[in-house]
Design a protein around this ligand. Structure first.
Ligand code: NDP
Length: 485
């Protein structure tokens, strides 16, 4: 019998499901059991061509619709997503292995927020009037044209919506390629947009590995590329986009600092560290994986952290009591286990976890290392798994310098009751998305993105509009034209 997660076909182009079985088969594995639940096929060159030409053809008429009309469609799509939240969350759990306890509140709901927010903004995307004596200039905010979205595997519904919603609100068309690891959820986003009234071809999904992404990024018809992925992929995609002078948004990896001063509320700080390391089993780009704890409270912090981490419930992700799921793939599990071994070898003190969980699926126990030093591999490289590194510090000046000593700059957080210090520290940290007495909140109203190697551009908020549109300026002369001859 076909598994309920099996999509009708691999791709969604021009308003319908499309199949081409000549493409390389991509098995979809349920991370909680290791069982194959679906198969899709990578896009062949013919499928890529069909998606790009369809999107290109659909974009002009879509941009000519009023913002109010486009916005209405996006808001309708948001309503449909909310109505189907349960089914979409189950699919997200099959796609990623993340527990239903999370997917019910963080995936289709976050996607719906983006559709609703950008749907609401669509009608307000106006230019300005610039008076110049009798003459004047007016500006128009115009669509970029054909956009490509490429997603990572940790939030397949959310990433498709965070890219698709602002792109469509501005009058662009999009071809979206999910990660080959999680190909299922973006197809549902495409299906729902059509149901909500989007014209065929404005949002298309094609499957495939990096080479399909590469074909999309280098196509001369494409005006913009928005990638969520790792820094090495980001460098490749950015370079390929530059070759064609395309706009880019790069949402890449991080090794973000979370700084806990000795006056912080201990339980809130522990909660922030848990949210910033163990949500989605640590597979979150903005995670605060370098937890700097001021020396005076270090042992108390570690004791409370170990106690609360012991309350994590590993198990069947479809059981809403489960609070901690598996790694997305066996490969990712092995990468993370490799980092855990490195942490042990390099002399970090294991506080809890530290191994594969004794159960089916790709589960790793939530792991905390203490006495981590700045030069250890686990403190320098992005692990993308449930491995928290706790480092000690004495002074504010010292911790800020150490926190900034990384190529990354996605997020940063600080826990303290001293608000002057909180704002001063955040002001001195090199990061794009920051938190005070909290960690990892990502409301659609707030800009999201990194500095340094963590990325270029911003997603969400009004900032995203700037990255999916461009300004045309028009000089209007009211009198005669003066010329030299
Ligand atoms: P990858 O960088 O491996 O892949 C990202 C996407 O790019 C995938 O769809 C991948 O396809 C595709 N791709 C790979 N090579 C190319 C290429 N040459 N041209 C075009 N596309 C290509 O990331 P992961 O999927 O492993 O995701 C984990 C990474 O994503 C982490 O480093 C994490 O920090 C980052 N991330 C960043 C976020 C942010 O907003 N800043 C949010 C979430 C994750 P395929 O995998 O199918 O080969």
């Amino acid at each position: 019998m076909t598994h309920p997660a099996q999509p009708k076909a691999s791709h969604f182009i021009n308003g319908e499901y499309v199949e081409d079985t000549a493409g390389t088969p991509i098995p979809v594995i349920y991370a909680a059991t290791g069982e194959q639940i679906a198969t899709v096929h990578a896009a062949t060159p013919a499928i890529v061509e069909q998606a790009l030409s369809t999107a290109k053809a659909a974009q002009k008429a879509w941009a000519k619709m009023s913002g109010t009309e486009r916005g209405r469609i996006l808001r309708r799509a948001a309503d449909i997503m909310r109505d189907r939240n349960h089914d979409l969350s189950v699919l997200e759990t099959y796609d990623t292995g993340k527990p239903l306890q999370e997917t019910l509140v963080a995936d289709a709901t976050s996607g719906a927020d983006a559709l609703e927010y950008f749907g609401g903004l669509a009608a307000s995307l106006t230019g300005e009037h610039i008076p110049l004596g009798e003459d004047w200039v007016y500006t128009k905010r115009e669509a970029l044209g054909l956009c490509v979205g490429i997603g990572a595997w940790n939030y397949p519904t959310q990433i498709a919506c965070w890219k698709g919603a602002p792109a469509l609100a501005c009058g662009n068309a999009m071809v979206f390629k999910p990660s080959e690891t999680t190909p299922l959820c973006a197809l549902k986003v495409a299906e729902i947009l059509i149901e909500a009234g989007a014209p065929a071809g404005v949002f298309n999904v094609v499957q495939g590995m990096g080479e399909v992404g590469g074909a999309l990024v280098t196509d001369p018809r494409v005006d913009k590329v928005s990638l969520t992925g790792s820094v090495p992929t980001g460098k490749k995609v950015y370079a390929a986009a530059a070759e064609g002078m395309k706009h880019v948004t790069m949402e890449l990896g991080g090794k973000s600092p979370l700084i806990i001063f000795d006056d912080a509320d201990l339980d809130n700080a522990v909660g922030g560290a848990i949210n910033g390391n163990f949500y989605s089993s640590g597979q979150v780009c903005s995670n605060g994986t370098r937890v700097f704890v001021q020396k005076g409270i270090k042992e108390k912090f570690l004791a409370r952290l170990a106690e609360r981490t012991g309350n994590a419930i590993l198990g069947d992700p479809m059981d809403e009591a489960t609070s901690f799921g598996p790694m997305v793939t066996e490969n990712q599990m092995n990468i993370v286990l490799g980092y855990i071994e490195k942490g042990k070898e390099e002399g970090a003190r294991l506080i809890c976890g530290g191994k594969r969980a004794d159960m089916d699926g790709y589960f790793i126990e939530p792991t905390v290392f203490a006495d981590v030093t700045d030069d250890m591999t686990i403190a320098r490289e992005e692990i993308f798994g449930p491995v928290m590194s706790v480092l000690d510090f004495d002074t504010e000046e010292e911790v800020v310098a150490r926190a900034n000593d990384t190529e990354f700059g996605l997020s940063a957080g600080v826990f303290t009751k001293d608000f002057t210090r909180a704002h001063r520290v955040i002001g001195n940290l090199e990061a794009g998305s920051c938190f005070i007495n909290s960690y990892n909140d990502a409301p659609v109203e707030a800009p999201f993105g990194g500095v340094k190697a963590s990325g270029v551009g911003r997603e969400n908020s009004k900032e995203a509009i700037k990255h999916f549109s461009q300004v045309k300026s028009v000089y209007v002369r009211m009198g005669d034209v003066e010329a030299a001859f």
